[in-house]
Design a protein around this ligand. Structure first.
Ligand SMILES: *[C@@H]1O[C@H](CO)[C@@H](O)[C@H](O)[C@H]1NC(C)=O
Length: 264
C-alpha cells in the first residue's frame, strides 16, 4: 500500500527510452526481477514490470516479479509473481511489497480528458502454504499534475481478490460508502491515511470477489469516486498499475494484463 512514489523516477525515465524505435522491432526477452526495486521497462509498450519490496527489511524469504512476454500485438503482457515469504507472527499483518505492471504512458493527464482506461486482468494463484495478499489495481490521483507524494494525493485501490484475511487501510472505521453496479458487483469504500506515506488511501472492496478474471473500463471507477466527492474530474491521474500485494506464503501468481490510458 505504500509503494508507488519510489517507482516514479523510473517511470519518468521511461519516456526517453521508449523513443528509440529500433528497440521495439524485436521481442524483448523474458526476465526475472528479485531485488528490492528491480524492474524492467517493456520497450514499445506502455508498461514497466516492477518488484517493489518496500518492507524488504521485514521480509524473511524471497519475492520475484517476472516478465514473460507481450502478446496480442502489444495489447497484453504475461507476467508472474513468485512469493516465498515465511509467516512471522510479529509481521504477519505488514505487507512486504507490491509486485506490479505499471503504466508509463499517458499519465499526468486530467481525468476529464481521458477517453477510457480499458483493462483486462486474468490470473491464477497456486499456493503450497497459506497465503495472505491480494490482486488489485492501484492508481494515484492529485489535483497537482505529476505529484503523487504530497498529502493532497489520493491512492485509489480496487481490490479484485484477497486472501488470508487481508484488510484495507481504514477498516476499523467501517465502510464510509457503498458503490453499486460497478464492474458487475457492489463495493464497500474504506478510507484512511497510510502512515508510511502520509497519503490518504481510498479502497473499494467487492461484495463478490473476482475469481480470476476482470474486464472493465477503469475510468468508470475513477468517475464513481469523483461523483462521491473525493476529487473533481479535473484531477490528474498520475500513477496507474495492476498487481498483487503480499504478506506471507509460498505462492505463484500467473497473470495476463491489458491496461492503457487512451486520450481523445
Ligand atoms: C492457500 O492459501 C489460502 C489462503 O491463505 C489457504 O486458505 C489455503 O489453505 C492455502 N493452501 C495451502 C495448500 O496451504
Amino acid at each position: 500500500m505504500v509503494h508507488l512514489p519510489r517507482a516514479l523516477a523510473t517511470l519518468a525515465l521511461s519516456t526517453s527510452v521508449l523513443a528509440f524505435p529500433s528497440l521495439s522491432s524485436r521481442a524483448q526477452a523474458a526476465s526475472q526481477h528479485c531485488g528490492k526495486s528491480d524492474n524492467v521497462i517493456l520497450q514499445g509498450t506502455p508498461w514497466i514490470v516492477y518488484n517493489m519490496l518496500y518492507n524488504a527489511n521485514l521480509m524473511v524469504g524471497t519475492q520475484c516479479t517476472n516478465f514473460d512476454q507481450v502478446t496480442g500485438g502489444n495489447k497484453e503482457v504475461l507476467w508472474n509473481s513468485v512469493t516465498d515469504i515465511q509467516y512471522v507472527e510479529s509481521t504477519n499483518n505488514v505487507p512486504k511489497g507490491y509486485s506490479f505492471v505499471g503504466l508509463t504512458e499517458n499519465l499526468a493527464t486530467q481525468l476529464s480528458t481521458i477517453t477510457s482506461i480499458p483493462s483486462t486482468y486474468s490470473w491464477t494463484r497456486t499456493n503450497t502454504t497459506a497465503f495472505k495478499g491480494n490482486v488489485c489495481f492501484d492508481f494515484i490521483i492529485n489535483d497537482i499534475k505529476d505529484d503523487s507524494t504530497s498529502s493532497s494525493a489520493r491512492e485509489l485501490m480496487l481490490w479484485l481478490q484477497y486472501e488470508g484475511g487481508q484488510l484495507p487501510i481504514g477498516w476499523t472505521d467501517g465502510a464510509i460508502s457503498t458503490v453499486n453496479d460497478l464492474f458487475g458487483t457492489s463495493w464497500k469504500l474504506y478510507q484512511g491515511v497510510n502512515e508510511g506515506t502520509g497519503i490518504t488511501v481510498i479502497t473499494l472492496m467487492p461484495e463478490t470477489q473476482f475469481a480470476g478474471t476482470f474486464t472493465g473500463d477503469l475510468k468508470d471507477w475513477l468517475l464513481a469516486l469523483s461523483k462521491l466527492g473525493h476529487f473533481p474530474e479535473s484531477t490528474y491521474v498520475n500513477v496507474g498499475n495492476a498487481g498483487t500485494e503480499f504478506f506471507y506464503g509460498n505462492a505463484v501468481l500467473k497473470a495476463q494484463l491489458g491496461l492503457q490510458i487512451t486520450l481523445g
